[in-house]
Design a binder for this molecule. Sequence first.
Ligand code: ADP
Ligand code: MG
Length: 568
Amino acid sequence: MATVQGITVLAEALKAQGIEYAFGIVGIPVIELSMALQQAGIKYIGMRNEQAACYAAQAIGYLTGKPGVCLVVAGPGLLHVTGGMANAQVNCWPLLVIAGASFQDHEGLGAFQEFPQVEASRPYCKYSARPPSIPLIPLHVEKAVRLATYGRPGVSYLDFPGNLLLSNAPMSAIPDQYSHPSPPLIYPDHDAISEAVKLLKSAKRPLVIVGKGSAYARAENPIRRLIDEINLPFIATPMGKGVVPDSSARSVQSARSLALQKADVILLLGARLNWILHFGRPPRFAADVKFIQVDLSAEEMHNSVRSAVAVQSDILPFVDHFLEQLNGQNYQFDNNSDWWKSLKQKCEANQKTVQSFAKNVSTPLNYYAVFHHMQEIIPKDAIIVSEGANTMDIGRSMLLNQYPKHRLDAGTFGTMGVGPGFAIAAAVYCRDYYPGKKVICVEGDSAFGFSGMEIETMVRYNLPIIIVIVNNGGIYGGFDRDTFDAIRSEGDLLKVTPPTALTIETRYENMMQMFGQNGYLVRDIPQLQNALSEALNLTNRPTIINVLISPSSDRKAQEHSWLTVSKL
Ligand code: ADP
Ligand code: MG
């Protein structure tokens, strides 16, 4: 009787569901599985930390719309990815985590790495299960992939005891694999569109907010047409950047605070009214602002504030129909309106302030000078990965995106340590689909520390990622050498070292010497320009550009700090 091993059934089931990439760290009992994945034609990227592997797998999910697999060992392996699972679930990104589990005939005896993994994963997942037998593996894989991608995307977890992976079942018991079609498009209700059109036309101060749901939906074409043809001001959320080019004349990103505060009708396309959008409430929004909310998740409707019009729909068909009706009624928002005038004025004033910071190239450098000069050199179609506090916040406004899904950052969950994993996924994706496209990973020095060892993964797979570390020697801010030494000379280092401090002028670029290469140390703009132009010529290895900036460089003064809400 012909038999087949569990690992083969699993690998083929994943392949049948269109899984293309797996990221992980192997050990007992999943080493054989990782090899079976390769045999089935799935690309396997071995990483150095499970959390980073999980970040990479979810970034592939966001970029391609198909979940990446994160493959880990039992117990600690699985526990190390829960941060990554939560990050994907909170970001609404598809992800499939697969972990080995202890042998079932050892369960309860204190088996090696025994842990209640299905239960432990459930809070982070849409679906968490252990296939009970080899013949049921294909069904669970189909379901896990379907749940990760249908409806609001999220996380699935599948648990595989070593004995299930390594034992055999009769070939005849394995059902034919079927794959599901891509997620069904949800179409908007006709009346809801008419209502939305009526409300938008009544607006004196309209605003469109483009969220990362719009990027995931690949709705850039109709959204760009909507913004341009109807002449609407828009802002993007951090990862909604690039759906409409940041350089668009209709972007009022530089007048973000004013736009949010004064808008009377806001079209919300694939963004939640959570902390990123200040909950949609005063003082950041007008108390009587009317939201037209478009989301594929019905449960998201009216969250935090009641929407005037809530449309459950995929962004793409909504915007298509919405635009068609507006055009049919010959509607265009007036370019000479007071709203456009005040927005443009505010944009100009704010841009002037930023330009004055950017022009200050005295050393040690400030953030604005660094990002301004990076922006001048890096290709406009590069994928920009970014994390850190000031590094990410200031970089968001200074490093422009022209295309959707070209910015990956700490996201809705504000997770630090995502950068190298996201960059690896982006580089693998570019290698396969957009050869020559650059991936630039802009890291704060603190953020880089979380997953810095993934530099070895980048070297092993010849991934030409440019890591720029904006190094201020601390979390938020650091200290100059004299202050740092003075503080620490006052007593027990564990008692006096400021919790936000990191070692002064750490030479992160020397990590490249582990691989017989040199990175770049940068203290001024000519060195930055030189390092970037050389790095952009690399095609088969990463590099690190360590930019030492002033430990006290800071953001320009903000009217409201990001997390401030006076009264809820
Ligand atoms: P941002 O961080 O950009 O504000 P969020 O992650 O908060 O974005 O919100 C994205 C929203 O987009 C989620 O509520 C999600 O349900 C929704 N969404 C995702 N894909 C689509 C789609 N194809 N069509 C409509 N809405 C979508
Ligand atoms: Mg720092």
